[in-house]
Design a protein around this ligand. Structure first.
Ligand SMILES: [Cu+2]
Length: 153
């Protein structure tokens, strides 16, 4: 008896729902945290295979509050602030990544250790809510493109 696994979308657990899911998620990851850290960031690629949509919220059992944030530069200083809704244009991929959009985790109830996974449920303006499995990666892992191997004098 063989169980087909070829149709499994990596890292994505689509909640049982009759509603069609037009959003696909890829590489959902979070930065590892220290024991005293109470906040963190989640990064993910979202592909909208349906009509225009928007990411409007997120929740997870691991933290009190999750917010969609954007990173902006003000007078040479990088700051982040909440956005009520992150547009997901039809047939496009929006990447939440360090230095850009991210899901901010506040009030962490546990330390995020490399290799751990935890569920996050994303809410959209139109598509059905989607629960994805987020993998914790070492702080700095694949976070800063171009940085590994670059030695500054
Ligand atoms: Cu943030």
């Amino acid at each position: 008896m063989r169980i087909l696994t070829t149709l499994t979308v990596a890292g994505v657990l689509v909640a049982g729902s009759a509603q069609a899911q037009s959003i696909m998620a890829d590489h959902a990851w979070a930065r590892a945290t220290t024991p005293s850290q109470t906040s963190g960031g989640i990064f993910i690629s979202l592909m909208d295979m349906g009509p225009d949509d928007a990411l409007v919220g997120a929740r997870s059992p691991i933290a009190d509050t999750l917010q969609v944030h954007e990173t902006v530069e003000e007078a040479g200083v990088m700051k982040m602030r909440p956005v009520p809704s992150l547009p997901l244009p039809s047939m496009a991929t929006v990447e939440l990544k360090p230095g850009g959009y991210h899901v901010m985790v506040m009030g962490l109830k546990q330390q995020l250790k490399p290799g751990d996974t935890f569920p996050v449920t994303l809410s959209f303006a139109h598509a059905a809510p989607m629960t994805v499995s987020v993998t914790v990666e070492a702080a700095g892992a694949s976070a800063m493109p171009g940085m590994p191997g670059m030695k500054m004098p």
